[in-house]
Design a protein around this ligand. Structure first.
Ligand SMILES: NC(=O)C1=CN([C@@H]2O[C@H](COP(=O)(O)OP(=O)(O)OC[C@H]3O[C@@H](n4cnc5c(N)ncnc54)[C@H](O)[C@@H]3O)[C@@H](O)[C@H]2O)C=CC1
Ligand SMILES: CCCCCC(=O)/C=C/[C@H]1C=CC(=O)[C@@H]1CCCCCCC(=O)O
Length: 116
């Protein structure tokens, strides 16, 4: 789970950096991170956790809300209509919400931190 989570952290910070307004202004290309929660796919149909982590994993997903891939697809269409570059979106139970940790500081906040 450590390597899995680390790879997700790498992808999310990579997309955040690539999608930074500085890069968007230069390229006009939006980069948006999509973070689905538990979804019925080939991956989740098979066992991916073993050993002493298995019981903990079962506890974590016991009350989780599952969704179908087409619900994720529909949410993605909506996200692409409204998402700013560099943002990340949680998709859970077919519903999308902006991941607050991915909101950038405003220009004013950056200036305040740098120069005041
Ligand atoms: N299913 C879930 O509950 C969640 C999945 N994710 C992530 O979403 C992504 C997709 O996951 P799923 O659709 O569930 O898995 P999946 O196993 O159903 O699909 C993965 C796809 O990636 C392709 N693939 C694998 N290695 C590849 C390679 N080297 N080059 C090109 N294509 C390759 C496979 O052929 C397959 O079509 C993964 O990164 C997974 O970690 C994230 C959160 C929840
Ligand atoms: C609230 C849950 C959010 C889930 C986000 C996520 O990416 C979870 C995916 C897991 C669901 C079923 C799985 O098979 C996925 C976990 C795979 C873990 C693989 C661990 C391998 C390792 O030890 O690094």
């Amino acid at each position: 789970m450590v390597s899995y989570s680390s790879s997700k952290y790498a992808s999310s910070t990579f997309s955040k950096s690539l999608g930074h307004p500085y890069n968007f202004k230069r390229t006009g290309i939006r980069i948006v991170a999509l973070c689905p929660e538990l979804t019925h796919t080939a991956m989740t149909a098979k066992q991916t956790v073993w050993g002493d982590q298995l019981e903990d994993y079962k506890k974590v997903i016991k009350d989780a809300v599952w969704q179908e891939p087409d619900e994720v697809g529909k949410a993605v269409v909506q996200i692409f209509k409204i998402a700013d570059s560099g943002t990340a979106w949680r998709i859970s139970g077919g519903k999308h919400t902006l991941a607050p940790a991915y909101q950038y500081l405003t220009d004013e906040e950056i200036e305040k931190a740098l120069y005041m």
